[in-house]
Design a protein around this ligand. Sequence first.
Ligand SMILES: Nc1ncnc2c1ncn2[C@@H]1O[C@H](COP(=O)(O)O)[C@@H](OP(=O)(O)O)[C@H]1O
Ligand SMILES: [Mg+2]
Ligand SMILES: [Mg+2]
Ligand SMILES: [Mg+2]
Length: 359
Amino acid sequence: MRRDKYEKELLVAQLAVQRAAILTKRVFHEKAKGTVDKNDKSPVTIGDFGAQALIIAALQHNFPDDAIVAEEESAKLREDEKLRSTVWELVKDTRLDNPDAEALLGGPIRDADAMVELIDKGNSPGGAHGRIWAIDPIDGTKGFLRGGQYAVCLALMVDGDVKVGALGCPNLPVDDAARLTAGIGENQTDDDGHGVLFSAVLGHGATSRPLATVSLDPELGKPISMRAIDDLTQANFCESVEAGHSSHGDQAAISHRLGITAPSVRMDSQAKYGSIARGAGDIYLRLPVSATYQEKIWDHAAGDLIVREAGGQVTDVNGKRLDFSVGRTLANNKGVVAAPLAVHAKVLEAVQEVLSSKL
Ligand SMILES: Nc1ncnc2c1ncn2[C@@H]1O[C@H](COP(=O)(O)O)[C@@H](OP(=O)(O)O)[C@H]1O
Ligand SMILES: [Mg+2]
Ligand SMILES: [Mg+2]
Ligand SMILES: [Mg+2]
């Protein structure tokens, strides 16, 4: 079956993520320099709002009829004049260093009022019908603050199915061959050799390229694929840093059951999905800690597609594919199990054994 290549959507998504990441990187450096308070939540707040505004501006310019589900809303900006002008100062000077690319995204936002209004265009309830973009302007808030991993995430869903995904990971190595190591979750930089842009279109594979390479050619990326692994004892698995986001205990028990000897690699954000998609790691486990928490679609949409297009499978702990068609959350799913297609069933079996032994 021939599938739509979504060429323009992919190009706009890639450039929008690249432009937003220029802003998040500036905030990251200003935080390190102490220009913004590094102890409170302000760096991430400034970065979230700024990145979301820039991405929505690009989407509205190119696809004005599409709906948008984005993580942030503007209430705080409307009540805090100082925060609003700090964000605006950053947004107004953030542009791609490529005039054609910048023009494609619609150029600068008009003024601070327009910026605040754009942020609120991300309030769609989501659902199973039509074209809906999902945005996480900074995923891995804690990683961003710690100087670890974070990601700028954008995906297009059509009738509830993810068709296009782009993930900008400023602090990951550019080199696809660099295996995940324990230190990747902290003390990272976005200096030379770092910053990768993962993308995928349903039915057309997944790619990576340097985040800094701005081009109007959406096919510039190198194809990526998961590592072929038949001996699961040699697998490398990754998980959240935050113990409140997934159960480190259950994940350790699953890994033990699979005979995995390497310690888990802890890192924030959808950088986990990108990393396993390019074979830097093999398995991503996100076992629920709470019976009531519903995963948010913007935390998974791009990563789910990128892993599946790289030869992986992504399901919840019950073996169901992630269902992006039911609103702003993955209300029909519990947890995430991502692994190469050939071994996913084995991993899922271990997940279910561990979970049922707890009952
Ligand atoms: N109790 C919980 N269980 C699972 N995920 C949670 C959670 N509380 C918050 N999160 C989500 O976990 C995301 C980060 O995932 P990770 O731990 O893989 O880095 C957060 O994204 P943000 O950082 O964009 O807010 C947030 O949406
Ligand atoms: Mg997130
Ligand atoms: Mg976020
Ligand atoms: Mg958040």
